[in-house]
Design a binder for this molecule. Sequence first.
Ligand SMILES: [Zn+2]
Length: 853
Amino acid sequence: MPGKNLSREEAQQRAGILSVESYHVHLDVTSAVDPAAATFRSTTTVAFRCSAPGAATFADLLAPAVRSVSLNGRALDPAEVFDGARVTLDGLAEQNLLVVEADCAYSRTGEGMHRFVDPVDGETYLYTHYEPADARRVFADFEQPDLKAPFHFTVTAPAAWDVYSNAVHEDVTAEGTARTWTFAPTKPISTYLTAVVAGPYHVARDHYSRKLADGTTLEIPLAATCRRSLAQYFDSDEIFTVTKQGLDFFHEEFDYPYPFGKYDQCFVPEYNIGAMENPGCVTFREEFVFRSKVTEAAYEGRANVILHEMAHMWFGDLVTMKWWDDLWLKESFADFMGSFSQLEATKYRSAWITFANRRKAWAYRQDQFPTTHPITADIRDLEDAKLNFDGITYAKGASVLKQLVAYVGREAFFEGARQYFKRHAFGNTVLGDLLGVLEETSGRDLSSWSAAWLQTAGVNSLTPQITADAEGRITELAVLQDGDVLRPHRIAIGLYERDSVGNLQRTHRVELDVTGARTVVTELAGQPRPALVLLNDDDLTYCKIRFDDHSLETLRAALGDIADPLARALTWSAVWNLTRDGLMPARDYLALVQRFAGSESDIGVLQSLHLQAKGALDLYADPDSRPEAGRLLAESALRELRAAAPGSDHQLAWARFLAQTATGTEHLRLVSGLLAGTARIDGLAVDQELRWSLWLTLAAAGAASSEELRAELERDNTASGKQHLTHCLAALPTPGAKAAAWSAVVDSGELPNALVEAQIAGFAQPNQRELTAGYIAPYFEMLEDIWAQRSIEIAMRIVGGFFPRLQTTEETLAATDAWLADHRQAAPALRRLVLECRDDLARALRAQACDCG
Ligand SMILES: [Zn+2]
């Protein structure tokens, strides 16, 4: 296999003959403060055994230059053994010592050793991010999860810096303008889980201790870091509170003491993902340090991520999947545990509502792509692995585990987890290892459950079919199931009626197993036909739900009157799926939002509704009626903004939504007035993040000049300010602005990840479709070069971000199909991305046809 990809077969062969005893890695990053320095010195010493002496293998390394390679004291010529991605090693002995000295590159893409310079104070910050396979950008290694080893890191850095890694530091020695940090050896961990964070980070410290069953006390030092210029916003107390609540919960449930010593949580700049579970040194995107007012949903979301990463200390770090096929073993669990522990251990009450509304929407979307896959995936190589951090692996997997808990019982589930940790500590596992312990603890055969839920793809729809007699009593209620694979579903069905004050309250609930294509619910025969029949009430299973006509009529008149927030969230989710599936016209969905979103009490659900309504307007609405639909949506936003309680989260959410939907001079005048301070909404703080949202509105509408936008940067000359300015400039409605954004991303690889994202976000605006129509052909022309030349993280953003999704025409669909037909040999991961974009486009065309009808 050529280049930097690595196949499953290669990894299996290598693990078949090698076992790694230790890594000693020395990194010298003193050059980081010199902007002209592109590389740092990396020296790796690996001790490993080979069960087939005489055999050959390779180490992984992505580095601009290798200075020396020595295997068992024998110097190898780097020019001969290093090809840019691999170091060939032949003539292995039983016991081997490999030393590789290399110049590795500082990264601007968030992969490997990312370097960032803070515009506020000029300080330089470094952090590493590796999953799935970028440790090899920082040191030579055997880059696969099942070759675990203890790591000994030493890092030489500028004297004024602090350095964090997976283990505690044992020693710091000063020499001139540098200090060398020596870290204790780690427990045996996988390469992708190692981490180094270095720079003049601000740090807050705390401590967790806990009496264990054997009478000893577990002590865990806690640290939380962020850039110095963010320290004023850093609410570390709240972060530590959730951290301690999580540690309490997982110790009680998992009965395996946290194995990695200390627990640092580092909030780092320009991070590509939410967070990464490096043992003892978790990295988070620093947008979780809130510079401006955010809603309670943002705090809830951050707490969920903190708990998700903490669950990984056991699921993923202590016990790790053998290869990326079983990525779900850690991600589904962490996703499930994040919500489960949040509800049980913290003050946040909405975990399952958010899960039903947001995480499942992600899963449903992904599961309807032609590229969907079973939860246990077939991951041939690292490119496959990279794309598998998706809605199936995380959210569908977690949904299925939620159902498994309902199926085997909570106690059997957690007892299974406890056994799993004890049995496989510091090892690697496959699906069967987990099912094995769960079968033992539950006494159930899980093979058919696993076959139905883990080993097949796709989502089922459940539809009620109701007949009633002349007196309005149910004669038969059946549940129809469709989908490529019919599955056993444990569901609840709720019957809802109006109470004396007009709220829709549940009057009946039955729980049953739905198995085949049609299941008759005998318990409900003879009941009065209710106002609303809600399938999958309480959200036990993973499915799309539909309504009978009578219930749908009730919802059109009274969706907002459903009293229970989870039932209401499920209903919102179901009508969104109807809209996406072209079964409900976008105008009907928008009418529901305009009518009932104002009374939605759950702030997370409200923010989802805003997102989805904007999507319905931009992609699913009949193009001819879109301007009028947009005007109505913006007017409802303004009405709700004025009606919201001063200073409330709801007020902030509606203000942002108005910024996204504003059309016409009246709205734009209000937006300008809020920025200038000449207009006020009582209780609404127009703080820096909101200011940038308002500037974006004006920029996209052609109501702000580039000079005005640049002046805002004077006010907020920060990393975040720079990203916002880039976003706004790219959104200006001129051919020059579009050409500049396109060129900055496509013609040059110099832009850091955060600015690539900002340029792409600004480029295509719904009210500027004609300005970007000419980029359809250039898009398809650039794809293969971009895939070949850029790192996969950046390439994925460009391929997905520049797809002409707003050009919803049959011509765009035809151009996409032509590219797919002409590029059958393109990289499978690239084809997967284009196929998913194509599917979204075809869906939008179907939804528009529905809205025209
Ligand atoms: Zn995770």
